[in-house]
Design a protein around this ligand. Structure first.
Ligand code: ZN
Ligand code: ZN
Ligand code: FE
Length: 764
């Protein structure tokens, strides 16, 4: 740039200053530099902006007041996908610039920049997509720096087109021009594409043969309207799509997918449409419309046109809005509400590869709507639920991962490999905890290979080698076994519920000891028994099992988990010494279980809260066998109508070095109520009330004995909204400061974060 007389410093007014501003976070490939460029022009500032190994470096020069406005605007107006983790500025000597310019990136700039999650298509791209005069009219892969695929198409870093699955597509001159122009909203948009140069969709039949069609997307909708099952390739994998209002099609999908009763999520055209099916509050509608575009589990309205089989006997429905241009085009062609469920067999990871889809979905999908932009890393839809005035993750995946959770401590790099069910991994690097997308239940082979792939991918894209590996204490978890095979890195086993406690602490940057109410199904205890209903006190450096439920027999382990009636029989036998007269026991073959309990053979001892739920639900006339994890408890919870009832009898006693919340008195009291003919609604309400009273009583004892008054709440049982929404205000009323999980799931999807923090603390 040629200098002019105006640039001579001697002529500059004395109130000019120059500052250097360094910004870290998700600031690369998200439209950050053009954003800065435009801001600088708005406030008549001169200077430069550049991507460097230390993040984005801005030099600006101008009047101090303009400078302040500039800094504030950076914070307030940053591009939607970006995330500023730190921003530091200091004064530097004045320079001669007449304009503001974007400088060429330095080489290897990726070191400290973060990778963005995949982002829902933005309003600007949507309006272009449906503008008949636009060159991307109805183009299903339209995107810009503010939206589109990121994490799932990145194979390596730095985040540049040659390292993404877009490398197979050469930009056409028009797209290249946009890519090079700092004033264009596609400046450095790595997945930039158009119908000339970008990916294309194709429709295949059940055998994988291509169908030559003018408009495959329109044809897809015709097929779906005829009741067909179509596998549709999306951002993080394939969905199986059927018409959600077609009872027969939904049933057929369930049958083929072996997902007999688990609720399926649906995608609807708009928020307005979602409102017709469900009650939606402010936070929920914001989440549905957000750049993350998760599934939100909503309260169903009555008499809706959605097939009952979508979420059988469930008062909630998981809904998401279209989040890719392809989804929007499906609805443009008048798609009905669509069941959009991860394309896999039940509990296997989502399919991503075209040929993988053809083989794994054989016999499930009638047709495949595919495209030729590869997905490098699968990522399921995220799932949120609104509990006690805020949203909580049931599953944190597409749209959120791999955004870091910022934690307080710094120290060695830790890889935490999570649990067995709902597995996620966590890479803890400095003060950033990178939690992976949902990996799934490791017991199936596809999920296990996805687990090892994700570990490798994480180490590559975050450029870090762990100094320690944290795993669950359970010796049989595949994640534990994997950790133990890494011979050159020290490993540390972390107790499951301690990890739950630490996960909640980490989110809230707590370091001081807390009381944890940790309620879930199964976790390996330090004594080798199965824990699951624990009141712990502790912090990252250790914990004390302050209280737990009285250990009860679990006949045959997994067999009982799948058949709550077995657990019920065992709990009754243990509580009464014989089986009381209850109608649910009529046609059951109870004697083998009674014998197992009496002789204590093939019986595990458990303090699980989930199993207590199962047992009580089964006795009270709830489900005798379940088709998915937690089903008995969920359906029993939905019977609860008012907590304005008397609790069942319950007692807390000090036994075996800890307080025990006795189970037998509860079972006695439940049986009496059943024999008195109380309704399942009342029984469920009373059971919930009992748990709440018990928890309040026990944490009050903990407070008296330890002086602690901060309570963290975690464990999958608390996804029960009746319990969750009643206990929080009660705890507050009792003088406790309460912390719940907002950024990561309270179920086992969140434990890798806790494992990582504990391992770092104990290794230091
Ligand atoms: Zn866009
Ligand atoms: Zn193009
Ligand atoms: Fe758990």
């Amino acid at each position: 740039m040629a200098e002019t007389a105006a640039e001579i410093l001697t002529n500059t007014p004395s109130d000019l200053i120059r500052k250097q501003i360094r910004i870290n976070g998700i600031v690369q490939g998200v439209g950050f530099r053009p954003f800065i460029y435009n801001l600088a022009n708005r406030y008549h500032l001169t200077g430069t902006v550049i991507n460097s190994a230390d993040g984005v470096i801005i030099e600006v020069q101008g009047r101090e007041s303009a400078m302040d406005k500039f800094s504030n605007s950076i914070q307030d107006e940053a591009p939607p996908i970006s995330m500023i983790s730190s921003m530091n500025s200091f004064e530097i000597p004045l320079k001669r610039n007449t304009a503001f310019s974007i400088l060429q990136s330095q080489k290897n700039v990726s070191v400290n920049t973060l990778i963005s999650p995949d982002i829902a298509v933005c309003p600007d791209c949507i309006s272009e997509c449906f503008d008949p005069k636009d060159r991307r009219y109805l183009y299903p892969f339209i995107n810009c720096t503010n939206c589109g695929p990121r994490y799932t198409i990145i194979e390596n870093i730095p985040y540049d087109r040659p390292y993404t699955s877009m490398r197979h597509f050469d930009l056409c001159p028009d797209c290249q021009k946009e890519y090079n122009d700092p004033n264009n909203r596609r400046f450095h948009a790595q997945p930039n594409a158009c119908p000339e140069c970008g990916p294309k969709v194709q429709l295949h039949d059940a055998k994988g043969s291509i169908l030559t069609l003018k408009n495959p997307i329109k044809e897809t909708i015709e097929l779906i309207k005829k009741g067909k099952i179509v596998a549709i390739k999306g951002l993080g994998g394939y969905h199986l799509a059927v018409d959600a209002t077609n009872e027969h099609a939904v049933m057929e999908l369930r049958k083929r997918k072996l997902r007999e009763e688990k609720p399926l999520a649906i995608m609807v055209r708009s928020l307005e449409m979602a409102n017709k099916f469900c009650f939606i509050n402010q936070e929920e509608s914001e989440a549905l419309n957000s750049i993350h575009s998760p599934i939100v589990v909503l309260k169903k309205r009555g008499g809706i046109s959605i097939a009952e089989d979508v979420a059988p006997r469930n008062d909630r429905l998981g809904i998401m809005l279209p989040y890719t241009p392809l989804h929007h085009i499906l609805f443009y062609y008048d798609a009905p509400p669509l069941v959009m469920t991860s394309a896999n067999l039940s509990e296997e990871p989502i399919c991503i590869d075209n040929w993988e889809a053809f083989s794994r979905l054989e016999g499930i999908a009638d047709f495949y709507l595919t495209h030729n932009r590869d997905i490098y890393l699968r990522s399921d839809d995220s799932v949120l639920i609104h509990l006690d005035k805020s949203l909580h993750h049931i599953r944190r995946s597409r749209g959120y991962a791999p955004r870091p959770i910022f934690v307080k401590s710094k120290g060695p790099t830790v890889l935490a490999v999570g649990g067995e069910l709902k597995n996620t991994i966590c890479l803890l690097k400095n003060n950033q905890a990178f939690l992976s997308q949902h990996i799934g239940d490791l017991e199936n082979i596809e999920a296990y290979s996805f687990f090892t792939d994700t570990i490798n991918h994480f180490q590559r894209i975050f450029e870090s080698e762990p100094e320690i590996i944290a795993h669950d204490l359970h010796p049989e978890y595949l994640s534990t076994k994997w950790a133990k095979k890494q011979l050159d890195i020290p490993t540390l086993g972390i107790q499951h519920h301690h990890a739950h406690l630490a996960s909640c602490m980490a989110e809230h940057k707590l370091e001081e000891p807390v009381i944890g109410i940790i309620m879930d199904g199964t976790g390996y205890g330090t004594d080798g028994s199965i824990w699951g209903g624990e009141i712990l006190t502790g912090d990252f450096s250790g914990f004390h099992r302050f209280a737990g439920f009285e250990p009860m027999p679990l006949p045959g382990g997994d067999a009982a988990i799948k058949a709550p009636w077995r657990t019920a029989v065992a709990y009754l036998q243990k509580s009464f010494g014989e089986l009381p007269d209850l109608s649910f026991l009529k046609n059951l073959s109870t004697s083998p279980i009674v014998e197992m309990v009496e002789k204590n053979v093939n019986c595990f001892q458990t303090s699980s809260c989930g199993r207590l739920f199962d047992a009580v639900a089964a006795m009270c006339g709830g489900l005798q066998t379940i088709r998915y994890e937690g089903q008995a408890a969920i359906e029993f919870m939905q019977k609860a109508d008012s907590l304005n009832v008397h609790a069942f009898e319950h007692r807390i006693e000090f036994r075996d070095d800890r307080w025990q919340m006795l189970v037998s008195p509860i079972i006695h009291s439940v049986v009496k109520a059943i024999q008195n003919g109380e309704s399942i609604q009342k029984l469920s309400s009373r059971f919930h009330k009992t748990l709440i009273d018990l928890f309040i009583e026990i944490v009050n004892i903990a407070k008296t004995e330890t002086g602690l008054s901060k309570v963290v709440i975690s464990g999958g049982v608390f996804q029960n909204h009746v319990l969750f929404e009643a206990i929080i205000p009660k705890l507050r009323a009792n003088g406790f400061e309460v912390f719940t999980q907002r950024q990561v799931p309270m179920n086992d999807g969140g434990i890798s974060l806790g494992q990582a923090l504990i391992a770092r603390q104990q290794y230091n």
